[in-house]
Design a protein. Structure first.
Length: 94
């Protein structure tokens, strides 16, 4: 299956009140859907953490102009994948 990656504004930063072994992930969707042919301009996306062949979905159907809820994670390095909403299949999570 051809994978589609979308750019999004992603930032991970250690919060001052959280120990160094923790991180906070902020996700804001800044790509207008009309740029990619979505007449509604919402262009909902799903955001996953990727580790090898496994994925953990963090946020689902984040729409253009929206910010996902803040997500606290254990400190570390993460690969983040952003796809159009509902394009992930069960095989993507194996």
């Amino acid at each position: 299956m051809k994978r589609m990656f979308l750019a999004a504004v992603l930032a991970a930063a250690a919060a001052a009140s959280v120990p160094a072994s923790a991180a906070t992930l902020y996700v804001g969707h800044g790509i207008p859907g009309k740029e990619l042919g979505d007449a509604s301009n919402k262009l909902p996306v799903d955001v996953c953490l990727v580790s090898g062949a496994s994925r953990i979905e963090l946020f689902s159907a984040v729409e253009f102009g929206a910010f996902a809820p803040v997500k606290d994670l254990p400190g570390g390095r993460y690969d983040v994948e952003v796809r159009r909403h509902d394009t992930l299949t069960p095989e993507d999570f194996e």
